[in-house]
Design a protein around this ligand. Sequence first.
Ligand code: AQP
Length: 328
Amino acid sequence: MKRTLVSGIKPSGRLHIGNYFGAVKSWLELQDSYNCIFGIYDLHALTQGPKPADLKKAVFEAALDYLAAGIDMDKSILMLQSLVPEHAELAWILDTITPISWLERVPTFKDKSKQFADNLNMGLLNYPALMAADILLYKAVIVPVGEDQLPHIELAREIARAFNNKYGETFPEPMHKVNHAGARIMSLTYPERKMEKSLGEKNYIALSDSPEIIAKKLASAPTDSGKNASASKSPGVANLFELLDIFSKDAVIGGFEKAYRDKVISYADLKQQLATDIAAYFESFRAKRIQLAKKPDAVWKILREGSARAKKIAEKNLREVKEKVGLL
Ligand code: AQP
């Protein structure tokens, strides 16, 4: 019997190359080996206070991104979190066994509380507990994520252990899976921080960006004079070389490395080459996405049907949990 894999994204902007290499690429590779449940986590997006119309649009965009990237409905389930209310219900039950101190020490909470200081809501603190519910609800054993999510998976393991200790063996302790190439892709505009949607469109390259937009975004990425070649590259330059490593051919990478060492590098040429290679990598993604966007009803139907399939599993597992804790 295949085991269960759970992962997903928050619909807070278009899927970017960080999301793709950090998570989505391994989802595609694992679709045949696991029962995969991929979520669009709109309840999580609410923590950032989106406008209602923007959230709906973002959910649709996320579904397009997933399907164009190659999530296959014959192999996997694609679900919308808010259509499966069992996520929130399990989160509440798990909340009652999760010490506040476990949530307060999560590094992403510390980051987000600075970023969203004017809307420091309970959801931001509770985010990893809801994420634990997203995973444990399906008794997932593996969760492919980018490096930034590791503390959240560790917390999900601790919560599973706490529940099992108190109420008897119920949840497997989920394991993370992190891709080595692309585990943490850095922002274009703030190369010391990870690329992320909420830093704004200029800091990330979306898979759906046109070749022109990719070139424009790369053009404004910070570099240096090109004359100070040293073993440790400046963050902006290191970031560009890491992207070259992912997207470009060995000979191209070697050529730019040599030019860097010889202090004759043209960052304009490097950026142009990188833009061409990134655009080529996602060419078929873009074409597929454009076709899917022409059939919004079909996309919503896929999401509703996937959520109904997820709900069946969720209902069964939540019933077990409720019986164990003395509810019903
Ligand atoms: N820069 C990144 N490098 C590698 N992996 C990344 N991931 C996100 N950014 C990078 C991984 O993508 C998956 C989905 O992420 P998410 O959308 O659910 O939430 P996130 O991590 O919060 O993504 P963002 O872009 O940073 O969104 P905002 O700015 O809205 O919070 C996860 O597996 C994540 O590790």
